[in-house]
Design a protein. Structure first.
Length: 68
């Protein structure tokens, strides 16, 4: 997931994307605990994507606050 793509999305779409990433992260942690996780690198990617979405949400909130 690219930050450029995320900046084009609306805040509602970003919140939805963040919720999906959190669900996926939970599922990956569950798979790891039960020994079924095959691609461990996906956990890191999901965590970083979630952080990226949060950062862009904060940027959009700060921009909206400075305009008002």
């Amino acid at each position: 997931m690219d930050a450029k793509e995320l900046r084009e999305k609306t805040p509602d779409q970003l919140r939805e994307e963040l919720a999906n990433l959190k669900k996926e992260g939970f599922n990956l942690r569950f798979q790891q605990a039960t020994g079924q996780l095959e691609n461990t690198a996906r956990m890191r990617a999901v965590k970083r994507d979630a952080a990226r979405v949060k950062t862009i949400l904060n940027e959009k909130a700060a921009a909206a606050a400075s305009e008002a």
